[in-house]
Design a protein around this ligand. Structure first.
Ligand code: HDE
Length: 730
């Protein structure tokens, strides 16, 4: 009956690589255009509504007014129920070498293809307008527009999750969101309901170690790892399946800010991460990540001490190395936030042939949730036709109609099988790229239960803690002390100390000290232990396993690459009379190494150098703050130095930069500015004729030498050892 068109047949519509993700047909540009209504009628007066006399009532007849106000009234759509606050960017992905041994997915095999992508980063708990710098998990959602359809890798910047079963997700989200009676606090987990839930959910122990670590306060979206979290399957063209964990490794390394700094940034620039991503792309500093795969052969499924299906577990990189297989580059900002970033609809169920699911019960629940949520958020079943969501391949099926349908389907036939349409559209055979699910063998009873292989909640939490550097451990202790310090219920605090004591006694006792509580001797058994209805609760006690791996260096950010200052923001504090020569030497050297220099002065517009040259100013001390920069430099020049020293905001700037462990540099002639800071006592008395690099503070009278040492210091990111000096003002 039906004449079958082969996929390779040139008459079949194929995506053209150079035209893909061409959103041009959907864009609007008002430049040089006259204004008209949505029906195309030119508007003669957009300032006044139509009235019965110039002091009279407005007329209902005014279709221009009505159209404009009606559209405005309907501008908002519901924000995402979680991950509401986010920022997106376009880019490309390219695989390094064919991965045919593991997967038949074309975009992971054809090294000549640049697959377009759209990425959305987000926080989880806060509303759409909340701060970027909340202590929170970050979403890392990637949509690959492949030639075999869209593949969404909807991951986070932490490799595990709070819960093991999707049925607990609404509870988790209710607990972390602002409390329902007064809607406080916004974008913060430091409150009673969150910790109440966690304290009776021991399966979250591993995740809260990540959440209390510096991973939860990234320096930039560009400096975060990404993880698919669940174990997925890869399927090759012979139908052989391997298990896989997906990773994103940022080429700039993994870096974070200090907690005090995060809180300050939230006030000074709540759009800090959004702006950072936007500015980096605008300035050509394209963010890059390598896609990493941890592949486990099917036959090794039960080789580990943990269950591959348990999303509260990682596969330590020391057990299964991460193989870097391709590169993601973000190279274009959206034209319109709403149309692209807000309307993008990610779904863990958007997969292509060669990628499949496992039975991870969290993953399985997500497969339902994402389409369901788009139906309410984007208003109906045609959200895949919104330009940002459209695949690059043409869509042919018998789905029709619904709210806001864009496609004009031709012909009478919208069903299959049919004969009137020659049977088209035909199902694709597997050899033609048709998706066939992995035929996993299932032979089981239907039960509402948790697998006993999911009962060890603490060994990987401990592995994470043990693998941290000393400063990272201190930050964890401080984060727990902060968060539990904000909790009002003493019972919840105590129960959390019980949970922490099962992770690490030292950690628990440090937090207990801060809270002036003692660790429960025999930690109260958490109330919720995910016990199936017909089971004996004792059979479902969390089990205490030592775990044969005691350290995993890959888990510490201290081991992240620290060899570049590319795209780092450096503040120069200067005023009229600055020494132009050394100023330019340092500026040129930093910019040559890829950093971005901004001049901060008492007033805006420009400053004059000693030789009366104009130097443009980026910010005044009023609009800038040290928390928005990675490092700070004070150039020489008698008048400039005197003005900066007398400027209280400049001294505060330096004090704060020191407190947040950042690299600081000063021309030897600017020593008097440093002497006004609280950390001056830590500087050597006699610095003349030599250059000094102590604790990340560089002082030199030789600008070239200063620049070299300063660059090395900035690349270290932070000098956390300063925090051992406890009494830090600012
Ligand atoms: Fe999501 N999640 N999630 N999630 N998730 C959503 O979908 C959900 C989970 C993640 O930038 C929602 O479109 C359930 C894990 C990201 O648009 C919703 C469960 C991971 C984003 C939803 C989880 C994620 C979402 C809300 C437990 C990391 C933002 C709006 C079973 C692997 C995507 C939306 C974007 C968004 C449900 C758990 C990542 C409600 C039910 C685990 C990055 O469908």
């Amino acid at each position: 009956m039906a004449k079958r068109k082969a996929q390779q047949d040139p008459s079949v519509e194929q995506p053209e690589n150079d035209k893909i993700r061409n959103l041009e047909p959907f864009t609007e540009d008002s430049a040089n255009e006259l204004m008209n209504t949505n029906t195309g009628v030119r508007i003669n007066d957009d300032q006044n509504s139509l009235k019965a006399g110039d002091r009279g009532a407005t007329l209902l007849e005014d279709f221009i007014l009505r159209e404009k106000i009606t559209h405005f009234d309907h501008e908002r759509i519901p924000e995402r129920v979680v991950h509401a606050r986010g920022s997106g960017a376009h880019g490309v992905f390219k695989v390094y070498e064919p991965l045919a041994e593991f997967t038949k997915a074309q975009f992971l095999n054809d090294t000549s293809i640049e697959t377009p992508v759209f990425v959305r980063f987000s926080t989880v708990a806060g509303s759409r307008g909340s701060t970027d710098l909340a202590r929170d998990v970050r979403g890392f959602a990637v949509k690959f527009y492949t030639q075999e359809g869209n593949f969404d890798l909807v991951g986070n910047n932490m490799p595990v999750f709070f819960i093991q079963d999707a049925i607990k997700f609404p509870d988790l989200v209710h607990a972390v969101k602002p409390e329902p009676d007064n809607e406080i606090p916004q974008a913060a987990s430091a409150h009673d309901t969150f910790w109440d839930f966690i304290s009776v959910m021991p399966e979250s122990a591993h995740m809260i170690m990540w959440l209390m670590s510096d991973r939860a306060i990234p320096r930039s979206y560009r400096m975060m790892e990404g993880f698919g979290v669940h174990t997925f399957r890869l399927i090759n063209d012979k139908g052989v399946s391997s298990f896989v964990k997906f990773h994103w490794k940022p080429l700039l390394g993994v870096h974070s800010v200090a907690w005090d700094e995060a809180q300050n940034i939230s006030g000074k620039d709540p759009d800090f991460h959004r702006r950072d991503l936007w500015d980096a792309i605008e300035s050509g500093n394209f963010p890059e990540w390598e896609l990493g795969l941890q592949i486990v052969p099917e036959e090794d499924e039960f080789k580990f001490e943990f269950d591959l299906l348990d999303p509260t577990k990682i596969i330590p990189e020391e057990l299964v190395p991460v193989r870097r297989v391709g590169k993601l580059t973000l190279n274009r900002n959206p034209e319109n936030f709403f149309a692209e970033t807000e309307q993008s609809a990610f779904h863990i169920g958007h997969v292509v042939p060669g990628i499949d699911f496992t039975n991870d019960p969290l993953l399985q629940g997500r497969l339902f949730s994402y389409t369901d949520t788009q139906l309410i958020r984007l208003g109906g079943p045609n959200f895949q036709e919104i330009p940002i969501n459209r695949p690059i391949v043409p869509v042919h099926n018998n789905q029709r109609d619904g709210y806001m349908r864009q496609t004009i389907n031709k012909g009478k036939v919208s069903y299959g099988p049919n004969s009137l349409g020659d049977g088209f559209p035909l199902q694709a055979k597997v050899s033609e790229g048709g998706y066939a699910s992995y035929p996993e063998r299932i032979d089981a009873r239907k039960v509402r239960a948790r697998s006993k292989s999911f009962l060890d909640h603490f060994s990987q939490a401990r592995l994470f803690f043990n693998s941290q550097s000393e400063p990272e451990k201190n930050h964890l202790i401080e984060a727990f002390s902060f968060e539990l310090g904000k909790v009002q219920s003493v019972e919840v605090r105590k129960r959390m100390l019980g949970i922490l004591s099962m992770v690490d006694k030292g950690l628990a006792s440090e937090v207990a000290f801060a809270l002036r509580l003692s660790i429960p001797q025999d930690p109260e058994l958490p109330m919720n232990r995910s016990v199936p209805a017909d089971a004996d609760p004792a059979d479902y006690d969390p089990i205490v396993v030592e775990g044969s791996l005691t350290m995993s260096p890959a888990l510490s950010m201290a081991n992240s690459p620290k060899d570049s200052i590319k795209s780092r923001k450096i503040a120069f504090l200067a005023a009229d009379g600055v020494d132009g020569a050394s100023f330019m030497t340092v500026k040129t050297a930093l910019e040559g190494a890829g950093a971005m220099v901004e001049i901060i002065a008492p007033r805006l517009n420009f400053i004059l150098s000693e030789t009366s040259e104009e130097i443009p100013v980026n910010h005044s001390f009023l609009t800038a703050a040290s928390v928005l920069y990675d490092a700070v430099y004070v150039p020489g020049g008698t008048n400039s130095v005197a003005t900066v020293e007398a400027e209280a905001n400049a001294v505060h700037f330096l004090n704060e930069a020191f407190k947040h462990c950042k690299a600081i540099a000063a021309d030897a002639g600017a020593m008097q500015v440093l002497e006004s800071t609280y950390f001056s006592k830590k500087l050597p008395e006699d610095f003349s004729d030599k250059s000094v690099l102590i604790n990340g503070v560089v002082i030199s009278d030789d600008a070239k030498n200063l620049a070299r040492q300063f660059i090395m210091a900035i690349a270290q990111h932070r000098f956390w050892e300063r925090e051992t000096q406890r009494r830090i003002p600012a």
